[in-house]
Design a protein around this ligand. Structure first.
Ligand code: ADP
Length: 633
């Protein structure tokens, strides 16, 4: 709105200017100004020889006009001043303030009364006009569009907000019909809206209007009916808030969210669906159509779902879907068989929609897990192959160690066999006596049986070590495993004059492991120790085997020797496959020990401090295993 529209002119301009002065200045200016006007009018009337009534009427007009400028006191001042002028110049005797005629006294009083009555009336009207102007200014302050219209739709009031929003100036809009001017698009039928408006006195909703420039704006609109004193509707006050930007942002957000969701579904191969169990209605996302291999336009139904389920899974899927009627949801994995023979693995998860509707409604997601499944299967197969290769190596290594221990094993078995043969000879001789001593013969037979069992046990142990069998995890005491491993080495230890020192801790927690494989680790470490000491011709040959439980969840075994130790540059390579410093060595002993220990969840290390410890420091290997049960407290 242009400034000139609101700038005061004429009397309002004088009022505005007076408002800027102090009370005293204001009164001085006003009384001086009023007195001068009254003086001029009196002088003019006197020269023109106007009669009392005419002059009184003129004075009345002046007093009314002046009363618009200030308080009742000023009006009273001007009224009294006027009476003095009338009395002095127009009432007999002239040029005195005396009044002799009763008629004149009555006329002067009548003038005073009517001037005071008229000025107070004018002032009251002025006050009302100010109040109205103040209210109207309030409506101008709001940024909302405020429109008052008659029941016929003709615009009676159009605020600055309406002018800014719709581009129509007040003078263009007043008198026009709102719906024609703004080309209103209503959210419901006009008669329905009017029904609500007149019935309740209010209506609110969203409208689409067209501005003067032809742009469409969406407004949130609130309407109230204005009624007269008798309650009859007079007009409607409409307030319009522009929500176009918010709406467009919401729409854009919704569109981008939908686009993100569709993209995310595509990326994760996960589609969504809604299933009304009661009516059988199904709703699928794009990705769900893709997973089932149907066109987006295909009408979907449970029959179409079942057409794609792999024949081997139909019974299982059918049973689960039939059971879904109880509303408990489902989580199933099954296969789809698509035209062309492609098989997909899918996982479908659904739960009851939490909207409290009467109908049983499921919301769910279906994921194509084919790739994950295939990768898993490939991993499992690869792992199985790796395990098998490792087992083959471990077996080969065991057989090779057994080969090195052949002499020991033969000696081990030979001992009980020789004892059996000797006892057998003695027994035969005793049987040749005329009266054999049956008690002695019984003892002899018992010794033979004992030795035969000892030989059988040695053979069983060797066979177990030589067998190619899958690892079998049982609860084991590590100290027993150490003792069994040393049985293999007994002869070797004796012939090579090696001292074996054992520090085996009591109350060790047990471990879950494969007996043969753990024996193999200890035999390997001990054989390496013996070979190193023999090769280096160490003056003292000692192997120390220690078991401890460093904490309640771990057991530890160290195999230490008094040999030459490990060269520092070899330390990092010891566990590499095929690393060996021995003539004819295979370099697989330590890597196999490590793979066995790690497969048991433990760790094997070489104590480098010992290795770098100088002359005759020997080597110390240590391995840990997780305890299977916490120790008894
Ligand atoms: P191999 O016994 O066939 O050489 P290993 O993997 O068992 O294969 O051992 C690898 C190398 O580690 C051995 O060649 C040897 O140099 C070194 N080594 C293993 N144990 C000891 C030990 N107790 N003392 C010194 N060197 C050892």
């Amino acid at each position: 709105m242009a400034l000139s529209d609101t700038a005061p002119r004429g009397l309002p301009l004088i009022i505005t200017r007076l408002d800027e002065l102090t009370q005293f200045q204001r009164l001085a200016v006003l009384w001086g100004f009023g007195g001068a006007i009254l003086g001029v009018v009196t002088w003019g009337s006197f020269l023109l020889d106007l009669n009392f009534t005419t002059v009184a009427s003129l004075f009345l007009v002046i007093i009314v006009l002046l009363s618009l400028l200030d308080s009742f006191a000023s009006s009273a001042f001007f009224s009294i001043l006027s009476i003095l002028c009338l009395n002095y110049f127009f009432v007999q005797p002239l040029y005195t303030l005396n009044v002799t005629d009763a008629q004149d006294i009555a006329a002067l009083f009548a003038f005073l009364a009517s001037s005071l009555a008229v000025t107070s009336l004018v002032r009251r009207l002025r006050h009302l006009a100010e109040v109205q102007r103040g209210q109207a200014q309030l409506l101008e302050l709001t940024t909302d569009a405020i429109i008052v219209r008659g029941l016929d739709g003709a615009i009676l009031y159009w605020n600055k907000g309406a002018q800014n929003l719709y581009g129509w100036r007040r003078e263009d809009a007043l008198g026009k019909t709102v719906d024609t001017l703004l080309r209103t698009a209503l959210p419901a039928r006009a008669t329905d809206i009017d029904g609500i408006l007149l019935g309740t006195g209010h209506w609110e909703g969203e409208l689409v209007h067209t501005t003067r420039e032809g742009e469409q704006v969406i407004v949130s609109s609130r309407w109230s009916v204005q009624r007269d004193r008798r309650g009859a509707p007079m007009g409607v006050l409409e307030s319009h808030t522009d929500v176009t930007a918010r709406k467009r942002a919401d729409d854009a957000l919704r569109r981008s969210e939908a686009a993100y969701l569709a993209e995310a579904q595509k990326l994760s191969h996960t589609g969504s669906f809604g299933w009304n169990v009661t009516t059988g209605d199904l709703h699928w996302s794009d990705e769900t159509f893709r997973i089932f291999g149907y066109d987006r336009e295909t009408p979907v139904s449970m029959d179409r779902v079942m057409q794609r389920v792999h024949p081997d899974d139909i019974a299982m899927v059918g049973a689960i879907l039939a059971g879904a009627a109880d509303g408990r949801g489902f989580d199933i994995e099954h296969r789809l068989l698509l035209p062309g023979g492609t098989v997909k693995h899918v996982r479908a998860v659904a739960h009851k929609a939490p909207n409290g509707q009467d109908a049983l409604h499921y919301i769910g997601a279906i994921s194509d897990v084919t790739a994950t499944k295939e990768a898993y299967m490939a991993r499992v197969t690869a792992q199985e192959k790796l395990n098998s290769v490792q087992a083959d190596f471990a077996h080969a290594s065991r057989v090779s160690v057994l080969g090195e221990l052949t002499a020991s094993i033969a000696h081990e078995i030979n001992q009980p066999l020789a004892a059996i043969a000797a006892n057998g000879d003695v027994g035969l001789r005793w049987l040749g006596r005329p009266e054999p001593d049956m008690a002695e013969l019984r003892e002899l037979m018992e010794a033979i049986v004992f030795d035969a069992r000892r030989a059988a046990a040695i053979i069983a142990r060797v066979r177990a070590m030589a067998a190619r069998k899958a690892p079998e995890h049982t609860l084991l005491a590590l100290n027993d495993v150490v003792a069994e491993a040393l049985l293999f080495l007994r002869h070797e230890v004796l012939t090579r004059t090696v001292t074996v020192v054992q520090h085996l801790a009591d109350d060790m927690p047990r471990v879950l492991g494969d007996r043969t494989q753990l024996q193999q680790v200890i035999v390997n470490l001990a054989v390496n120790a013996m070979q190193a000491m023999v090769q280096a011709e160490s003056p003292e040959r000692r192997i120390t085997i220690t078991t401890t439980a460093p904490d309640p969840l771990t057991v530890r075994c160290t195999v230490e020797d008094s040999g030459p130790g490990i060269q520092p540059e070899h330390v990092v390579r010891l566990f590499e496959s095929f690393f060996t410093t021995k003539q004819g060595g295979m370099g697989m002993g330590l890597p196999i020990c490590r793979s066995i220990i790690e497969a048991h969840g433990g760790r094997i290390t070489i104590d480098t401090a010992t290795a770098e410890g100088g002359e005759q420091a020997g080597a110390r290997f240590a391995f840990t295993l997780p305890a299977a049960t916490p120790p008894a407290s």
